[in-house]
Design a binder for this molecule. Sequence first.
Ligand SMILES: [Ca+2]
Ligand SMILES: [Ca+2]
Ligand SMILES: [Ca+2]
Length: 250
Amino acid sequence: MITKIHKTFTATVAAIFLSSVSMAAVAPITAATFSGSVAGTVTDPVSFTSITVGGQVYSNLEYGTASYTGTLTNQYYYTAGEDPGTNLAALSNNILTDGILNIPRYLSVNFGRAITSEDLIFVTELASNGAGETLALGLIDSSNERISGTAVLFGDVGAGGPGDLFTMNVLRSSGDNDINGVGVQGSGMFLSDFGSPGSTVPYGIYFSNSSENELDPSVVGLATIPEPSSIALVLVFAGVFVIRARRRRC
Ligand SMILES: [Ca+2]
Ligand SMILES: [Ca+2]
Ligand SMILES: [Ca+2]
């Protein structure tokens, strides 16, 4: 009996350990839940209520404030009935169905608090023709100053993953033709995915890709490792105590 409990306990610990290891990598958002229906083609604004990255479900989501030095002349996109009004507003909210088209280098998003090793940074993007675009990010400090030597690159798979989370029809602030049936994809990363993070406390990210300038992000957020993981660990340790107590009695 004790051997069986011990084996089960070991497997549980191994599973928790492996799941925490697998989370530490740049990875796509493979699944999500939303504030409204995303069946078919979405025409109303929706937000995430949870995202799944690296097999981990995150429901504690925060969003940052976008800023740009100089005049941001790019156009933004949005579903019918919800015009965010400005480029920066389109990227400073939790709405997946509005964002900026073809963002320039060094546009930044500040989360208003220090990013910790527990925070997953996630970005979604308009994936035209089924493919996301190359995403390169660096870190900024509390004053939106870039922290040198820190960047992460998503490579050729773009900001997204194996498929679109949903598709939607959007309007453009330029008044040009609507973009119909376009997909939304996303990815997440941890501070450990950035090279040489240095000692300056990061508060946000900047978009560092200068070669394409084609990314069309809709939300930039932080997802915190949910409390149940901590609770699970406490239960595991409580289990060890019980097993040891039983062994003593035997
Ligand atoms: Ca895109
Ligand atoms: Ca684009
Ligand atoms: Ca948005």
